[in-house]
Design a protein around this ligand. Structure first.
Ligand SMILES: O=C(O)[C@H](O)[C@@H](O)[C@H](O)[C@H](O)COP(=O)(O)O
Length: 298
């Protein structure tokens, strides 16, 4: 299949390589010309304008966006609308909010253009070697593209999730789960680190990766991290987040679903970004006021 790929960052670049390896004809575009040059090495055609990308594709064009979520998606869709014809399809492969995807689905459908929201998981290596894809949209729009999603995904790692928005909804929940699992693993290792035993964290993670109930990719990645830096001395414990955990919690609250693990995982990420907190000072001061309990002075 012919595919126009917009956004050749870490994920997009590797997805292009994956598509080319599976025999698809890809035209890749990015505002960064170095990436456009580099993508030519994968066997894709590199172009430096959206118009050129569009013109190089046969009718019923497939335009795959792998760019940061938010207004940029709307911006690029508006640029494409100046060229697109009914029958064309836009795929958003990034981490967009599912409500935005529902809106874009409706907006483009009114113009005869298909829209698929594709949650893409598995990180950078998965993008190249076999991703996990969860895709929402109209059944007739996705029908000719099932084979493509199957091609770029690991075996059984692709699911058509249903109506527009459901792909990104599924990805959002996946990421909420990811927050909770990572926080739990991290807390376990902190308990190990505070114990009286001289644990080798890499060895523990390797052992837990083999046969235990908590084995899995995140545990394997934990082993990798400790292999590189035995006590993680080289990094700070600041846990950034790009929004999906927050959206999962907001959505759960809207739906009346109690999600304490995901909620606290998210809050711990926010807490990790603060060196000291006013909240902490107030609680410490109150303990001191009512009970004379010691406070740590600066
Ligand atoms: O499934 C995946 O491959 C990941 O979930 C990925 O999509 C996610 O965006 C990053 O891991 C960062 O997420 P946070 O910045 O929210 O931690």
């Amino acid at each position: 299949m012919h595919i126009g790929f917009i956004g050749l960052g870490k994920m997009g670049f590797n997805l292009v390589g994956n598509l080319v390896r599976h025999g698809h004809t890809v035209v890749g575009y990015d505002i960064n010309e170095e990436l456009v040059n580099a993508v030519r090495e994968t066997g894709a055609t590199g172009v430096t304008s959206l118009q050129d990308l569009y013109d190089k594709l046969p009718e019923k064009r497939v335009l795959w966006l792998m760019i940061p979520a938010g207004p940029l998606i709307d911006n690029v869709i508006e640029q494409l609308l100046a060229m697109m014809q009914p029958g064309d399809v836009v795929i958003d492969g990034g981490n967009s909010h599912f409500q935005d995807s529902i809106r874009r689905h409706t907006y483009l459908k009114e113009k005869g253009i298909g829209f698929l929201d594709c949650g893409t998981s598995g990180g950078i290596s998965g993008a190249l070697n076999g991703a996990c894809t969860m895709v929402g949209g109209d059944a007739d729009v996705i029908e000719p593209l099932h084979a493509v999603f199957n091609d770029i995904s690991v075996e059984n790692g692709y699911l058509y999730t249903g109506p527009g928005g459901s792909g990104h909804f599924t990805k959002m929940v996946h990421n909420g789960i990811e927050y909770g699992m990572m926080q739990s693993i991290a807390e376990g290792f902190e308990v190990l680190s505070k114990s009286q035993f001289p644990f080798d964290y890499e060895a523990v993670a390797r052992m837990w990766s083999n046969g235990s109930v908590i084995r899995g990719w995140l545990m394997e990645l934990t082993e990798n991290a400790f292999k590189k830096d035995a006590n993680l001395d080289e990094i700070q414990g600041r846990m950034f987040s790009s929004g999906e955990g927050k959206w999962t919690l907001e959505t759960a609250l809207d739906l009346g679903v109690p999600t304490p693990v995901i909620a606290l995982s998210l809050i711990m990420r926010y807490r990790s970004l603060q060196d000291d907190t006013f909240t902490g000072k107030v609680v410490a001061a109150l303990r001191n006021e009512f009970g004379g309990h010691a406070v740590a002075k600066k």
